[in-house]
Each structure stands twice: as structure tokens, then as C-alpha cells.
Ligand binder design. Structure first.
Ligand code: 5MM
Length: 346
């Protein structure tokens, strides 16, 4: 298979109608934080147990087309000896891998951050591909205030995202480009829109300079929302209108799919907002999800580190995945939340 047709096959598998992506690539410190909230110690074994349970959830492949894994998970096995990427593949879910090496302060730009991990990336991507990964993800993070992010941070992160994407495509791996404008802070929705527009504009400029084939990548942006501490929160209809306005200004029609991150929204908010976005009618790109917390929070709460709770945890994951699948098709209603909860309690 040529690199181009390989990329096309993966893009088609990932962007199936009504399906989204499960982000399960929390770094070791992040998963430790999530486990601490349910009083579970984070060890290689507890991480393996939890992620095995997620990937084995019956029917997950009906709603989820791809899963983003952490490097550690790529080399882990279920109790019966199936590799975790293989377990995903058996459900019809494409295994992917987070390839960035996390963020550090950006020198010369107080308050801004830059994502690292470009050195030796081609070699690492080649090794991940041999372990079963077919797509990759790199996340850039932008803190928001009246003065942040600086022009330097916007340009430096765009350059890194584009170099990463070009390297992945050369290796036959589909890049997910994730510029996350953070929800933290008390900024207005207008400020989030302004920053998101500047960030996306610069990202696509850099992708063009680095000759990234837009048809063979996915975008994973944040939605346009007010800061979490802002006094006035937005309705799903407002989030949808502002998000689509900014995406239409900045994202070329050649990009096949936009898979939002949840970024600290509650699971219900993330689903309602995605539904409202899809209710605005057809756009040049598919509009779906690539949620971490908004898919996993109820599953973590149900699991609590106990093998006996595995089935309940899987049910909670499937419930969110099904509701988000409905949201991708503008078919979600708040009443579905109640109906689901009641049927689980019966
Ligand atoms: C699952 O978390 C991903 C990795 O984050 P860390 O490296 O900080 O642990 C993260 O990139 C995630 O894929 C996105 O933020 C989307 O997840 P949310 O929870 O925002 O939907």
C-alpha cells in the first residue's frame, strides 16, 4: 500500500458517520490525578486493568472509531494475552498513539507553554506503527488572559504542530492536530473566540508551509466557550454559533473531520454542545468528538478500582459514547440522559 492510500484508509476508518474518538492517553501524572479522585493508586497494573476494561466494553466499536493510547498501553496485554491495541482493533476501533512529550514553559514568553517531542519523532512513530498504531496525536496548549497567548506562543506551537503532522504523514500515520485553548480563567466568550481564531489561522498557515495534506489529517480543537470562572456561562446554542463561526473562518474544507476535545466541560455539557453544533446543519467537515474526561468520568466513578465493578464501568462508558454518537447526528435530547439513567437503575 502506498503511504497516500494507507493514510486515506485510516482517515476513512476514523471519520465514519456517527462515530468519534476515545482519548485514553492520559500521561502518568494525569492518570494518577484521575485515579486519586476515586482513591485508586496509579500503578502500571491498575492502569492496565482500567484501560483493558475500557477497550473491552461490549459494542464500543458501534460508537467509537478510534482510540488514542499512551505509549505504555501500546505494549500492554489483557489477562488472556491479547495486546491492548489488538483488543481495540478487534472491536473495529483504530488504535492511535499520543506522540508529544508534554508541555514546558516557553522560554522568553512568561505564562505561555510549548509542547515538546520533535527530536527523534520519525523513529518513534515508525516503532509505534510496528506496534499497531495507525494514527497519532499532538496537543498544543494555550493559556488565556488579556495578554496570553503571546504571538510567540501562537507561532511556536503552530510550527511544532505542523512539523509533527508532516513527520507522521511521511510515515503513513494520520496526524490529529490538537490546539487546545484552555477553559481555565475568567475570560469572556469573545476573548476565547478571538484567541481560537488567531490560533487556528496560524496552525493552518504552518500546516500549509510544511506541506501537510489536509485530506489526511484530523483537527481536534476546543469549542468556543467562556472561561470556567467567568460569571456568565453560555448555552449550547451560543457555544455552537460561536464555534462554527470561528471554524468556518479558519478551517479549510479539505479537512475531513473535526473532533472536539471536551477540555473540562462536564460530560452532559460536552454532549449537549456537540449536538447543538451539529444542529446548525451540514458544514464542510464532519463534526464529532475526541473526548477524554467527558467519556471517561462516569466510567471511572463506576469502576473505583474494583474488578467487580468492571461491567458497570463499561456500561457507563457505552452510555456516554452512545449519547455522543447521537449528538454527532444532531439526535441528542436532554431527555435521553434521564431515560438512560433510569434504565440503568432498573
Ligand atoms: C486524555 O488526556 C490527554 C492527554 O493529556 P495529558 O498529556 O495532559 O495527560 C489530552 O490530550 C486529551 O486527549 C485532550 O485534552 C482531550 O481530553 P478532554 O478530557 O479534554 O476531552
Amino acid at each position: 500500500m502506498t503511504a497516500q492510500s494507507e493514510l486515506q484508509t485510516t482517515v476513512e476508518a476514523l471519520s465514519q458517520k456517527g462515530k468519534g474518538i476515545l482519548a485514553a492517553d492520559e500521561s502518568v501524572p494525569t492518570i494518577a490525578k484521575r485515579f486519586k479522585a476515586i482513591s485508586v493508586e496509579s500503578t502500571e497494573e491498575t492502569r492496565r486493568a482500567y484501560r483493558s476494561l475500557l477497550l473491552a466494553a461490549p459494542t464500543l466499536g458501534e460508537f467509537v472509531s478510534g482510540v488514542i493510547l499512551h505509549e505504555e498501553t501500546l505494549g500492554q496485554y489483557t489477562d488472556d494475552g491479547t495486546s491492548l491495541p489488538q483488543l481495540a482493533a478487534r472491536q473495529g476501533i483504530v488504535p492511535g498513539i499520543k506522540v508529544d512529550a508534554g508541555k514546558i514553559p516557553l522560554a522568553g514568553a512568561p505564562g505561555d507553554e510549548i509542547t515538546q517531542g520533535l527530536d527523534g519523532l520519525a523513529k518513534r512513530v515508525d516503532a509505534y506503527k510496528r506496534q499497531g498504531a495507525r494514527f497519532a496525536k499532538w496537543r498544543a496548549v494555550y493559556n488565556v488572559s488579556d495578554t496570553l497567548p503571546s504571538r510567540l506562543a501562537i507561532e511556536a506551537n503552530a510550527e511544532a504542530l505542523a512539523r509533527y503532522a508532516a513527520i507522521c504523514q511521511e510515515q503513513g500515520i494520520v496526524p490529529i492536530v490538537e490546539p487546545e485553548v484552555l477553559i481555565d480563567g475568567d475570560h469572556t466568550m469573545a476573548r476565547c473566540a478571538e484567541v481560537t481564531e488567531a490560533v487556528l489561522h496560524e496552525v493552518f498557515h504552518a500546516l500549509h508551509r510544511h506541506r501537510v495534506v489536509l485530506e489526511h489529517m484530523l483537527l481536534k480543537p476546543s469549542m468556543v466557550v467562556p472561561g470556567k470562572a467567568h460569571a456568565q456561562q453560555a448555552t449550547p446554542a451560543e457555544v455552537a454559533a460561536q464555534t462554527i463561526r470561528i471554524l468556518r473562518r479558519t478551517v479549510p474544507a479539505a479537512v475531513p473531520s473535526v473532533n472536539f476535545l471536551s477540555g473540562g466541560q462536564t460530560p452532559v455539557e460536552a454532549t449537549a454542545n456537540l449536538d447543538a453544533i451539529n444542529r446548525l446543519g451540514p458544514q464542510p467537515w464532519q463534526l464529532s468528538f475526541s473526548y477524554g474526561r467527558a467519556l471517561q468520568e462516569p466510567a471511572l466513578q463506576a469502576w473505583k478500582g474494583q474488578a467487580a465493578n468492571a461491567r458497570n464501568s463499561q456500561d457507563a462508558l457505552i452510555e456516554r459514547a452512545r449519547l455522543n454518537s447521537a449528538a454527532c447526528q444532531a439526535q441528542y435530547t436532554a431527555a435521553m440522559e434521564v431515560a438512560n439513567r433510569e434504565s440503568r437503575l432498573e
